[in-house]
Design a protein around this ligand. Structure first.
Ligand code: LUZ
Ligand code: MOS
Length: 765
């Protein structure tokens, strides 16, 4: 009776990334791999060559006559609303009379082939009367150009607290943007369907966001737009909101011309037209008592939002939530301004404003430490949060692992010895210097917008025992599909081989929140758990009444076998399902999950916004070549609070990738716009991201396995974003090496700390 074809042992085996075999054998399908339908149209976008101005004249009649061009669309061709703004309706799909950033879409060319579209692109003539261009958030703020109302988080009373401080330090910091550089550029494929509807394949983290935006642009109800996502070749936040424009354009063409259409951005178009991580310029003031307790902290954040709100108001909020990182500070006043500039609308990027907030407090602590002639780690450890501490936003800390991660890192990686070795090395070497830094992380898990923390799943058990799972989770390389398979396999007590993860589709699973905020596995996993449990209840009830004839017995399905009162029966998963099907019992279920406990009141800026926090500490060491200014990251060792990880390989991959991406943001990745708002770092030749050679030689991540109760899926804590912030330590490690060479260096808290800045800092140039 046992179904030998299924490898039962797999449920207990180390289960890696279920999507990986497809990637390495070229079987994974991305948007551009979808087979072309008969009559497919190719789209190209004509975008603004200037950052701010009035469109005086636009002439595309010649271009439209190009052989192979079917139609060129302008904003007047939009049947619904020319609006794609999510949080605030301030962003047209296609520019009307004004342009607000270089790269802003103005026209869409639909052509029979790519060459015709390309040819037409060069025939378009546009006359724009220039208006003043602002690229600096502080300049925008001075002119009262804000994207959304400013926010202030407050606890205690900084004003009186500063008077009690023995030491007070003030300064300024800068963090720059970051290009997402997902391997798969933005794109979509759409075709018209019956009933005046359209189906869109999109490379998006937010299928519902794409559905809502396309419906709005087409002027149709949401049920006429179906969005389907197989997987993304990376998202990193860049496709949380910004996949919608291209999907809406493709849907527009398909809907109007009644032909299939696709739009795949070229790399340089993608870099030019899409927003990046928000750069921030910030002021800090930190006050300590004689024992180095931080009594008071003030920070003001000037966020460079770009030309439209996009997700910047939410990102701004998360900056405030993480402005004290892993520390407890009794008196905090943090103010944040979302400034409107003439850059492409900046957007979500792994960490979502959190890293920008954390950099400032780490710089403030480092600033204090350097001024006092002590080690920053002394202030860091002294002020680390404990259970019972109140965060500036009102949440009381519970189950903190801040100190346990820190202390474990100190002992496991023998930090004192590393410090001594670095000191000895620096004493011996005149032109090569080493530095190190410790970087603690405390990241809140949940969408800060409470309303977004819910998800659904749809499970079908087919009559042959195979299982189809649909959720709202989007696979983007982070391994969420693997975790969903594991959740279903574990809950049913069957092999992972039986489970197929379906595409993410708005018709099967509706009203999804984007796959973001590190919460995808938690929210969708719990919805999936709910669905599987409903089916399990029906199975168990059938077994009790029909097989055991005893409603009081104990039923369990494990390793695909049915156990009654701990005794194996002749029933396995497959023949059980066959029986159940013949009895006409429902083998499908829809699950729903909404995070309990969380709430936040924006009127008073207090509440309990996070389901839980993820903690960790990394030690980072760097070597600087003091003649050339170049450097290497020698080692990163992290103790990471993973809860009870259900997939070690996936979680480890997220940690390693996050650390390298964080180091990239802090060191070599430099987004550069000129004063006219034109992107200069507009290709891979001028924008450098870490490659395999810049991965630290010695990178280790150790999970602090904790079994405390939390709201994570199967206690396996969220892992997507938190590790990125370990990379912030690279900035301070390099800076410390510069100071070892030149203790009077004028090097600023200005990230990224590129080799050019290091060189200037080494010699006070
Ligand atoms: N997206 C979002 C996010 O809409 N809200 C969030 O709180 C968030 N956090 C991290 C990343 N994306
Ligand atoms: Mo994100 S920054 O979790 O899309």
């Amino acid at each position: 009776m046992i179904d030998d074809k299924v490898n039962i042992k797999k449920t207990e085996m180390q289960f890696g990334n279920a999507d990986a075999p497809g990637h390495v054998t070229c079987k994974s399908i991305y948007v551009d791999d979808i087979p072309a339908m008969e009559g497919l149209l190719y789209l190209r976008v004509f975008d603004s060559p200037v950052a701010h101005g009035k469109i005086k004249n636009i002439d595309y009649a010649e271009a439209e006559k190009t052989d192979g061009v079917v139609k060129i669309f302008c904003y007047k061709d939009i049947p619904g609303e020319n609006q794609i703004g999510g949080i605030i309706a301030d962003e047209p799909l296609l520019a009307g009379n004004e342009v607000h950033f270089c790269g802003q879409p103005i026209l869409i060319i639909a052509a029979e082939n790519e060459d015709a579209a390309e040819e037409a692109l060069h025939k378009i003539k546009v006359e724009i009367e220039p208006l003043p261009v602002i690229t600096d958030p502080r300049v925008a703020f001075a002119q009262n150009k804000l994207l959304s109302p400013s926010r202030k988080f407050k606890i205690g009373d900084t004003l009186s607290a500063f008077t009690k401080c023995k030491y007070v330090f003030e300064g300024k910091t800068e963090t720059n943007g970051q290009e997402h550089l997902y391997l798969e550029t933005q794109g979509a494929y759409a075709y018209p369907t019956e009933h005046d509807s359209v189906k869109i394949f999109s490379s998006t983290q937010g299928p519902t966001q794409v559905q809502r935006t396309a419906a709005r642009v087409l002027g149709v109800s949401m049920n006429k737009v179906e969005v389907d996502v197989s997987r993304l070749g990376g998202g990193f936040g860049g496709k949380e909101d910004q996949a919608s424009a291209w999907a809406a354009m493709t849907a527009l063409v398909a809907y109007i011309l009644k032909r299939p259409a696709k739009c795949i951005l070229h790399r340089m178009e993608d870099m030019r037209m899409t927003g990046k991580r928000n750069p921030y310029s910030s002021d800090h003031k930190i006050g300590l008592d004689e024992n180095y307790n931080i009594l008071a902290y003030e920070a003001t954040f000037y966020q460079n939002g770009g030309a439209a709100a996009d997700l910047s108001p939410a990102i701004l909020e998360r900056t405030l939530f993480h402005c004290t990182n892993s520390y407890f500070i009794p008196n905090v006043t943090a103010t944040a301004h979302s400034c409107k500039t003439n850059l492409p609308p900046n957007t979500a990027f792994r960490g979502f404003g959190g890293p920008q907030g954390m950099f400032v407090i780490e710089a403030a602590i480092d600033h204090a430490a350097k001024s006092l002639g002590i080690d920053a780690s002394l202030i860091q450890r002294k002020n680390m949060m404990d259970d019972g501490n109140e965060m500036p936003y009102g949440q009381i800390i519970k189950n903190s692992e801040a100190k346990s991660c820190w202390d474990e890192a100190i002992s496991k990686y023998d930090i004192e010895t590393i410090k001594k070795e670095i000191k000895a090395f620096n004493a011996k070497n005149d032109f090569i210097k080493k530095g190190m830094a410790l970087m603690p992380v405390c990241f809140g898990i949940s969408f800060t917008n409470t309303m977004m923390n819910h998800a659904r799943a749809l499970v079908h058990v087919y009559s042959d025992g195979s299982v189809g799972v649909s959720t709202g989770a989007v696979e983007m390389g982070q391994g969420v599909n693997s975790k969903m398979i594991q959740v279903a396999a574990k809950t049913f007590g069957i092999s992972t081989d039986r489970i197929k993860l379906e595409t993410t589709n708005t018709t099967r699973v509706a009203n999804t929140s984007p796959s973001a905020a590190s919460s995808t596995a938690d929210l969708n996993g719990k919805a999936l758990l709910h669905a599987c449990n409903q089916i399990n209840e029906r199975l168990h009830s059938f077994i009790k009444t029909e097989i055991a004839s005893n409603t009081e017995c104990m039923v369990e399905i494990k390793d695909e076998r049915v156990y009654i009162n701990d005794e194996a029966t002749v029933y396995n998963w497959k023949n059980l399902i066959q029986q159940i099907f013949m009895k006409r019992i429902n083998l499908s279920a829809k699950g729903h999950y909404a995070t309990p406990v969380i709430h936040f009141d924006k009127a008073i800026e207090k509440g309990h916004p996070f389901a839980y926090h993820v903690y960790g500490t990394a030690v980072i060491a760097a070597t600087v070549d003091c003649i050339r200014g170049i450097y290497e990251i020698d080692a990163v060792h992290a103790i990471h609070d993973a809860g009870t990880s259900i997939n070690h390989l996936v979680d480890l991959g997220q940690c390693e990738g996050g650390i390298v991406q964080g180091i990239g943001w802090m060191t070599m990745e430099e987004v550069v716009y000129n004063e006219e708002g034109k992107l200069l770092s507009n290709a891979l030749s001028t924008y450098k991201i870490p490659d395999i050679y810049s991965v630290p030689k010695d990178l280790t991540v150790q999970f602090l396995n904790t079994d405390k109760n939390n709201l994570a899926i199967l206690k396996s804590k969220a892992v997507g974003e938190p590790p990125l912030m370990y990379g912030i330590g690279a900035f301070f490690a390099i800076r410390n090496a510069v100071l070892a060479f030149n203790p009077g260096s004028n090097i600023k808290y200005n990230a990224p700390i590129t080799p050019e800045k290091v060189l200037m800092g080494l010699y006070n140039m």
